[in-house]
Ligand binder design. Structure first.
Ligand code: ADP
Length: 183
């Protein structure tokens, strides 16, 4: 099963992706987590993206696409996976179409987690993960980047009739139940 989990910062993508990973026994590929690990380990990639993540801006498309393409070559992903944080721009979505074509496989589900904006901000500011991009000004910027650059990705998948809207409010378990119904 190949799944994309999509939604604004604070919508709960990482939390739900972890539950999907466990329940369906498929790996979770989070581009944000890969970048944060690279920064922590001070790799070349980490050095390149530190200031970008810190500002809540987007890593250049070619960097992200090359990373995802390389990662998906690993055997672990042969039987499916859940993508979280990618694709985040229309060019990334187009590149991902090409990657899937090359692999001769399709997408099974696109889950859109819907949460009201005020709640997104509250969740991020109260989650206390210590992320340098979780400050009020940076959260505001990340949301703006989402509305401007990431939201158009939805139309790309709507064309394929693949978008499943999930109410992202309520308890973690309730949200996961809604996801299981769709999957
Ligand atoms: P959130 O959804 O809460 O913003 P993520 O962990 O998905 O958190 O992303 C954190 C940061 O990593 C983003 O603000 C961005 O700087 C970078 N990033 C992650 N995925 C991508 C991507 N596909 N394209 C560009 N930048 C990305």
């Amino acid at each position: 099963m190949t799944i994309i989990i999509f939604g604004p910062p604070g919508a709960g993508k990482g939390t739900q992706a972890a539950l999907i990973k466990e329940h369906y026994n498929i790996p979770h590929l989070s581009t944000g987590e890969i970048f944060r690990a690279a920064i922590k380990n001070e790799t070349a990639l980490g050095k390149k993206v530190t200031s970008i993540l810190d500002a809540g801006e987007l890593v250049p498309d070619e960097t992200v696409v090359a990373l995802v393409e390389e990662e998906l070559k690993k055997e672990d992903y042969d039987d499916g996976y859940i993508l979280d944080g990618f694709p985040r721009t229309v060019p990334q979505a187009q590149s991902y179409d090409t990657i899937l074509q090359k692999k001769g496989r399709g997408l099974d589900a696109f889950l859109l987690l819907e949460v009201p904006e005020e709640e997104l901000v509250n969740r991020i500011l109260s989650r206390g993960e210590g992320r340098s991009d979780d400050t009020p000004a940076k959260v505001k910027n990340r949301l703006e980047v989402y509305w401007n650059e990431t939201l158009p990705v939805l139309n790309h998948y709507k064309k394929y009739g693949l978008v499943n809207k999930i109410d992202g409010t309520g308890s973690i378990e309730d949200i996961f139940d809604r996801i299981k119904k769709v999957l």
